[in-house]
Design a protein around this ligand. Structure first.
Ligand code: HQG
Length: 174
């Protein structure tokens, strides 16, 4: 794995899942901590924030802190913007998960939210991270919203919701 990708993955872990760090309630971590305790340089952090292909991270206005924009398993409130979803959103997964998903719905597993994609091609990429045949699910997101479910749109354009009951799901590719 190229070093810059390795570093980005490491940073994602440190900002989303590190249970040993006392995060600010809004998910901020001190830049100085990453430099002194986790072997990042300031230049590396600036590069990762600017060039992350999914724009996963952001600095605080004063530049002293950094956080992930979504994807956490730790309990922080990253001040997500509530939003009205389009008619459909998409979720990429693998065939082995489908029987359970169609029975129980989409659940956040270890994360805070279920992650949904704006189109099928992004869902395909998300599903392809896993071993096995990719399956894309179409989520009747606007109908869910009309029925009272909340949705949030992260600043890097990932749609989030707490769970998706099976009745809003259709398998569109297998
Ligand atoms: C599955 C990456 C069985 C779900 C990506 C998924 C995304 C169920 C897995 C972001 C289930 C959770 C999130 C149920 C859900 N039964 N399996 N009832 N409900 N699942 O990684 O959506 O690169 O937490 O289908 O690009 O795969 O990290 O979620 O396969 O945006 O920035 O349980 O992570 O972004 O896996 O990926 P994850 P995800 P980053």
């Amino acid at each position: 794995m190229p070093d810059n990708i390795h570093k980005e993955k490491r940073l994602a872990y440190l900002l989303r899942h590190d249970i040993h760090y006392a995060f600010d309630i809004h998910g901020w971590r001190e830049v100085s901590d990453l430099i002194t305790s986790h072997a990042f340089t300031l230049e590396e952090l600036i590069n990762i924030v600017a060039n992350s292909n999914k724009q996963r991270f952001e600095f605080s206005e004063d530049g002293q802190y950094i956080r992930a924009r979504q994807g956490h398993s730790i309990a922080v409130d990253v001040e997500l913007a509530e939003a009205t979803p389009p008619e459909y959103l998409y979720h990429g997964t693998v065939a082995a998960n489908v029987p359970s998903i169609m029975e129980k719905g989409l659940v956040p597993m270890s994360r805070q939210h279920v992650h949904l994609s704006i189109d099928e091609s992004i869902a395909l990429k998300v599903g392809s991270r896993r071993k096995g045949n990719v399956v894309i699910l179409k989520v009747a997101a606007h109908k869910m919203w009309e029925d009272g479910y909340q949705f949030w749109l992260s600043r890097n354009n990932v749609w989030l919701t707490e769970a998706v009951p099976p009745k809003y799901l259709v398998i569109i590719k297998q």
